[in-house]
Design a binder for this molecule. Structure first.
Ligand code: NAG
Ligand code: NAG
Ligand code: NAG
Ligand code: NAG
Ligand code: NAG
Length: 495
C-alpha cells in the first residue's frame, strides 16, 4: 500500500498536465468529414472516483480522475431519462463517436447522454504511466469498473438535479457485457440495459473454443467458398516456405521490415495475418468506417475480391492484410511485432496502453481461449488452451486466471430472474454466437440483426443500413421507452 500511496500525489500532478493536451479537439475535427448529423458536441469532464471500492485499507480514501463525456443538448432537464454508456476497453471518444444511435435516441426521448471511460483505459489511468506495473494494475477488475459506474451515476444525478430520472445503460461488445452486469448487480441504479454484441457466455467459459474463428471463416465463405479456399491455400504456401526456412522469400512475399528467423516469428506472422481477417469480419459494415482503424465499405467482400484476383495467393494475402494494416497507404513494410501483439486474447488486444489493460483482463476474469485449427476454420492451427493462458499470464502478469469466476459472479446463462435486458447480435459478427441468441423471458430479449456486424445497431443511421438494423433499432427504442415509463412509476411509488 505505502508505495502506491506515496506515488499518488505526484501522479495526480502529472495527470493534470496530461489533461492539457487537447485530444478531443482532434477527434471532433476528424469526425466532421464522416460523422453523422446528429453528433452532439460532448463536453469532456473528469470525475473524482474512489480507487478501491472493496478494500478500505489498501488505498484509504484515495481517488483517481475518471473521464466522461456528457451532453444535455436533448435533455428535458430534471425529467428526461439518462442514457449511460458503460465504457469498455479503449478511449471513450472512440465509442462516443461510433455509437450515434444513442444520441439519435436521446433526441427522440429527450435524454441526457453520458459516456463513461473504463478505468485503466484512455485517459482514466489511476497511476498514470505506472498503471500497468504490478501491483498497481491489480485494481483493474470488472467489479471495480461496475462500482465506478454505479457511483458516478448516483453522484452525477445528485449534481444535475436528476435524482428522479430513469437510467438506461448501453454498451457494445465488452461494454455490452458491462451493461448486462450493471442491470444484474445494480438494478436499483439502472432500469434497463441494451447489450449489443455482448459475448457474455463465451467469455464466461461457456462456449466452444472453435466457435470464434469458425464464424470468422463463415463470413468469407458466405461471400464465396473460393475465397475461403484461397485463404487456406495462401496460409498453406506460407507454411511450406516456413518449413523449408525460406525466410528471405517470406520477407519479400509479405513486405516484412525484417526477415523472420524462427518458428516464433512465423507464429507472429500468422497471428498478424489472422487478425486482419478477424477485424474485417467484426467491422463488416456496409459503409466505410473509422472505428478500430480505417475500413472500406463491406471489407469482407473487398478482401475476397483481393484474395481471388489472379493466382498469386501469397501476394493476394499480403494485399488483403494491407486492407487493414496499410489503410493509409503509407507503410513501406510490415513490422509484424508493432502491428499486432500476441497476448491473452487470440482475437487481438489492440495496441498501446489499452492493449496492456485488456491483456490483464484477459488474464484474470475474461476468458478468451479461442483456437484456430485449419479444419473448422481456414486459418493455420494456433491453439490457445487454458493451460497456455495460465502459462502466459503467470509469466506476464504474475496471475493465475480463474476461468469459472465470471460465470459465478455474473450468473452464466442462468439469467431468468433478471429483467429489462436486450441482447442484440448481428449474424455477421463472430462474437454473436458467444452471446445470448434466444429470448429468455418477456423482458430478456434477443434481437437478431441479419446482415449486421459487430454492434451495428449502436451506430448512427446510415443510408446503407440494412432493413434489419432499422427494425432492430425501432424495437430497442420501444422497449427502452417502456422501461423508462415503468421506472418512473416505480420511483413515484417509492416516494
Ligand atoms: C481522505 O481522508 C483524509 C483524512 O480523513 C482527509 O483529510 C481527506 O480530505 C480525504 N480525502 C478525500 C478525497 O476525501
Ligand atoms: C506516458 O506514456 C506516453 C505514451 O507512451 C508518453 O507519450 C508520455 O510522455 C508518458 N508520460 C509521462 C509523464 O511519462
Ligand atoms: C501500402 O500501400 C501503398 C499504396 O497502395 C503501397 O504502395 C505500399 O506498397 C503498401 N505497403 C505495403 C507494405 O504493402
Ligand atoms: C490445412 O489443411 C490442408 C489439408 O486439409 C493442408 O494441405 C494445409 O497445408 C493446411 N494448412 C496449414 C496452414 O496447416
Ligand atoms: C437468431 O438467430 C440464431 C442463429 O441463426 C437463432 O438460433 C435464434 O433462434 C435467432 N433468435 C431470434 C430471437 O430470432
Amino acid at each position: 500500500m505505502s508505495e502506491i500511496a506515496a506515488l499518488f500525489p505526484l501522479l495526480l500532478t502529472l495527470f493534470s498536465a496530461q489533461l492539457l493536451q487537447a485530444l478531443p479537439q482532434t477527434y471532433l475535427q476528424s469526425t466532421k468529414h464522416h460523422g453523422s448529423e446528429m453528433e452532439p458536441q460532448f463536453t469532456e469532464k473528469y470525475f473524482s472516483q474512489t480507487l478501491d471500492h472493496f478494500n478500505f485499507n489498501s488505498m484509504g480514501n484515495a481517488t483517481f480522475s475518471q473521464r466522461y463525456l456528457i451532453t444535455d443538448k436533448y435533455w428535458k432537464k430534471g425529467y428526461g431519462p439518462i442514457f449511460f454508456y458503460t465504457g469498455n476497453e479503449g478511449n471513450i471518444w472512440e465509442f462516443a463517436l461510433n455509437s450515434g444511435f444513442i444520441t439519435e435516441l436521446a433526441a427522440q426521448q429527450r435524454a441526457l447522454v453520458i459516456f463513461a471511460e473504463h478505468r485503466y483505459y484512455g485517459k482514466s489511468l489511476p497511476f498514470g504511466n505506472d498503471s500497468f506495473n504490478i501491483p498497481q494494475v491489480s485494481l483493474l477488475t470488472v467489479e471495480q469498473a461496475l462500482a465506478d459506474y454505479a457511483i458516478m451515476i448516483t453522484e452525477l444525478k445528485q449534481q444535475l438535479a436528476a435524482t428522479d430520472c430513469p437510467v438506461i445503460v448501453f454498451g457494445g461488445s465488452y461494454g455490452g457485457m458491462l451493461s448486462v452486469y450493471m442491470r444484474l448487480k445494480y438494478p436499483n441504479v439502472v432500469a434497463g440495459a441494451l447489450a449489443a454484441s455482448a459475448p457474455i457466455l463465451s467469455t464466461a467459459g461457456m462456449g466452444d473454443s472453435r466457435q470464434f474463428f469458425r464464424d470468422v471463416t463463415a463470413d468469407f465463405e458466405n461471400i464465396d467458398p473460393g475465397c475461403r479456399d484461397a485463404v487456406r491455400g495462401a496460409f498453406s504456401q506460407l507454411k511450406h516456405l516456413a518449413e523449408h526456412q525460406e525466410y528471405s522469400r517470406i520477407q519479400a512475399e509479405f513486405s516484412l521490415c525484417k526477415p523472420p528467423s524462427s518458428p516464433q516469428d512465423i507464429h507472429q506472422l500468422n497471428g498478424m495475418l489472422r487478425n486482419a481477417f478477424t477485424l474485417m469480419a467484426m467491422l463488416d459494415y456496409p459503409y466505410s468506417t473509422h472505428f478500430m482503424g480505417n475500413m472500406p465499405a463491406n471489407p469482407v467482400k473487398v478482401a475476397c475480391e483481393t484474395m481471388m484476383t489472379g493466382s498469386d495467393l501469397l501476394a493476394n494475402l499480403r494485399k488483403t492484410a494491407g486492407i487493414v494494416y496499410n489503410a493509409t497507404g503509407v507503410l513501406t513494410c510490415f513490422d509484424m511485432y508493432s502491428l499486432y501483439l500476441d497476448c491473452a486474447d487470440p482475437t487481438g488486444c489492440g495496441l498501446g496502453f489499452d492493449s496492456m489493460a485488456w491483456d490483464y483482463q484477459a488474464c484474470t476474469e475474461i476468458d478468451l481461449c479461442y483456437e484456430s485449427n485449419n479444419v473448422t476454420d481456414m486459418f493455420p492451427p494456433m491453439s490457445f488452451t487454458e493451460k497456455d493462458r495460465e502459462l502466459y499470464c503467470s509469466k506476464r502478469w504474475a496471475v493465475i486466471p480463474r476461468p469459472d469466476w465470471l460465470k459465478t459472479q455474473f450468473w452464466g446463462d442462468a439469467l431468468s430472474t433478471a429483467s429489462n435486458i436486450i441482447f442484440s447480435n448481428g449474424d455477421l459478427d463472430p462474437w454473436a454466437n458467444g452471446g445470448v441468441r434466444k429470448s429468455l423471458s418477456s423482458s430478456l430479449i434477443a434481437v437478431n440483426i441479419s446482415g449486421g456486424a459487430h454492434h451495428l445497431d449502436l451506430r448512427g443511421s446510415n443510408d446503407a443500413d440494412p432493413e434489419s438494423v432499422i427494425t432492430a433499432r425501432k424495437m430497442e427504442a420501444d422497449l427502452i421507452s417502456q422501461w423508462v415509463k415503468m421506472e418512473r412509476t416505480r420511483l413515484q411509488q417509492s416516494l
